[in-house]
Design a protein around this ligand. Structure first.
Ligand code: 6MZ
Length: 357
């Protein structure tokens, strides 16, 4: 069923040619094999031993891991990226790979890291932002950043992340680059309800919120967060729709507020939260005519690309070329850009789509 099989190569090329928008991409989860190989090489030169093979750090086609195992992979990747030189390299590589996949607008997200004697959280964010600026100068892409709150790290850490984001709002150069806050992390860790007060604070400061919701069955916390009416985009939302293990109340709230869903098919199937591609909730939400944005989540770990995700969705849910074009355009509305910037982006995407015809 997967698109990169040779019979589907033409359609994959078509998906690649589309000017796309990526709204759900975790920096460390997006590292390609090539980047991981280089990071491993650098660690070996430093004398590190017992390093894994790069293939052990991705989930290839047809293979699955549990969410728990995926989170172990993040732990290993974080050890490989524990210095500013590596942070610069991974940011550059990930942006360039999205550029070669014809992504025209990218909202990257990452959790600020503090490594004693190596980097403060501010150094980490500055490095990511500086690299974004550099890459935007030489590539046809607009990149924005969401700072991630990791739900397993506790409320104080979350408050600190929001404060960091606030500090950047007065910075002459960086202020437009951080466009929101993400809430992610192992959904089996911590209670999302504990974070609502911090998220309300972030909203008051003007930040848009993209929250991982119902990636696993979690009706109580999902309901509480939705009722707080603070979420601007939902990551995954697997167990929200009544027909995918959610409830009528959850479904009604998401429809009522028209909160766009970031759908990450390969991630959900490969991490086992959705049984197979055909059962993915994207099909249910399309019937509701709900705003959806196709995303990769962690293109490195899940060994995919945005074009492949478009292709998989088209093949499984019978989406035509014109459906995909509509999705490229409608994704603009779900970005965290200003009204004016959305207008500009929509025009340039439409221009490029017209020249494809
Ligand atoms: C929840 C996820 C995730 O921040 O180090 N992350 N959180 N569900 C997922 N589904 C598979 N995939 C990634 O990128 C890695 C971090 O992103 C979050 C986790 O907190 C992970 O540690 P950064 O750049």
């Amino acid at each position: 069923m997967y698109c990169s099989q040779s019979s589907n190569m033409d359609f994959l090329s078509y998906c690649k040619s589309l000017p796309k928008i990526e709204l759900h991409a975790h920096l460390t989860g997006s590292l390609s094999d090539e980047t991981v190989l280089r990071l491993l090489e650098a660690k070996r030169k430093e004398g590190a031993v017992n390093l894994p093979e790069s293939a052990e750090l991705t989930i290839q086609r047809g293979h699955n891991r549990t969410l728990e195992e995926c989170f172990k992979l993040f732990g290993i990747l974080h050890c490989l990226t524990d210095n500013l030189e590596a942070v610069k390299k991974i940011t550059r590589d990930v942006i360039r790979e999205f550029v070669s996949d014809n992504v025209r607008y990218l909202e990257l997200r990452t959790t600020p890291k503090f490594i004693p004697d190596k980097m403060t959280k501010k150094d980490y964010i500055d490095t990511v932002l500086d690299t974004m600026i550099e890459e935007m100068k030489t590539n046809n892409i607009i990149v924005r950043l969401l700072l991630s709150i990791d739900r397993s790290r506790g409320v104080d850490d979350a408050r600190n992340t929001v404060q960091l984001a606030k500090d950047y709002t007065t910075h002459e150069i960086y202020k437009t680059l951080i466009c929101g806050i993400d809430v992610s992390g192992n959904p089996q860790s911590g209670k999302l309800t504990d974070y609502i007060c911090v998220l309300e604070e972030a909203k008051k400061c003007g930040f848009r919120l993209a929250v991982h919701l119902a990636e696993i069955p979690s009706e109580e916390e999902t309901l509480a967060v939705l009722k707080a009416n603070i979420v601007d985009r939902i990551g995954h939302g697997t167990f929200i729709h009544l027909a995918s293990g959610g409830s009528q109340e959850l479904l009604d709230l998401v429809k009522h507020y028209q909160i766009p869903l970031e759908v990450c098919v390969s991630s959900n199937v490969k991490s086992g939260t959705v049984k197979n591609v055909q059962d993915h909730h994207l099909g249910l939400w399309r019937k509701e005519d709900h705003p959806l944005v196709i995303c990769t989540d962690d293109k490195g770990i899940f060994s995919t690309s945005l074009s492949e995700e478009y292709c998989i969705c088209a093949e499984t849910f019978d989406l035509s070329k014109s459906d995909l074009i509509k999705m490229c355009i409608s994704a603009v509305e779900s970005t965290f850009l200003s009204h004016h910037e959305k207008h500009q982006l929509r025009l340039s995407i439409q221009d490029e789509l017209n020249s494809l015809k």
